[in-house]
Design a protein around this ligand. Sequence first.
Ligand code: DGY
Length: 325
Amino acid sequence: MKKPVVFCTENEYIVSPKVEAYLREHVEFIRAEKKLTPEELRERIGDADGLISMGYPIDDRLLDRAPKLRVVSTTSAGFDPFNLEDMKKHNVIGLHTPAVLNDSVADMILLLMLAVARRAVEMDKVVRDGKWPVTPFYEFFGSEVSGKRVGIIGMGNIGEGVAKRCKNGFDMDVVYYNRHRKLSTEEKLGVEYVTMDELLATSDFVVIMVPLDDTTRHMMDAGKFAKMKKSAFFINASRGPVVDEPALIAALRDGTIAGAGLDVFDVEPIGADNELCTFPNTVLLPHVASATRECREAMGQLAAKGIVEFFEGKEPANTIKFFKK
Ligand code: DGY
């Protein structure tokens, strides 16, 4: 029997040779030879039955040109580039890679909190530039992290990972805001549910970890930054557009907040001309919270396993909820 054709837009750092070998046992695997633009993908998708990709818009523009496509597996937990309704209309289901990245992303959020509060990047630059400060203790006073209050907006699995680290590792007071209150998490981790306003007004670190959709776009706006303490830090490793970026820039410029640690941006990649790059009190990463060898391998494996299971007629465990039967 002819194997299903699976087209892959991602290179070997995302879909490793080991994952490719596994896929080849089950499907006809075609990997794009270079990074395609979305339009190039639309031209190349042809008769593929499955697609492994990350960050490409999956909507009518692509689906109209992919008559055989039945499944798209993104090597990411977030699936905001998927137009779920368009996919449903074309009878295409979506898979993603949640859970396996929880620890890597939670670790990175802690890194951002520590780096921005303790001014690690600023000091690293000073040392590298041969400008060891005369009085480092005074010139580079940071803010204490241990024992402070962290407010987590979005208590999903990654939010829980952050809460656990903050509570157990740094003896922090953890409050959270979530669409639905999570009593079992409160009991398990000793965290407290508060209103958004209370979270903003009382937290020393505000961590946002929500998926991007129509209800969360620009959730952190000027009004919310204004409610934060002047001494508080803002951390985002979810998706850039959950923040009104000009409002964040204004808050940093005016000293409304003390600093920001960001792994994600409104439009990626950002250039050196983005005003966020001009502030000493920002720590900026190129959307790499899940970028450990172990985590990316696990994400690639999960994305591939889902594709294989789908073509075996099963419902993969990593099917996006919206498509589950
Ligand atoms: C995810 O998995 O959603 C990460 O942000 C990588 O895109």
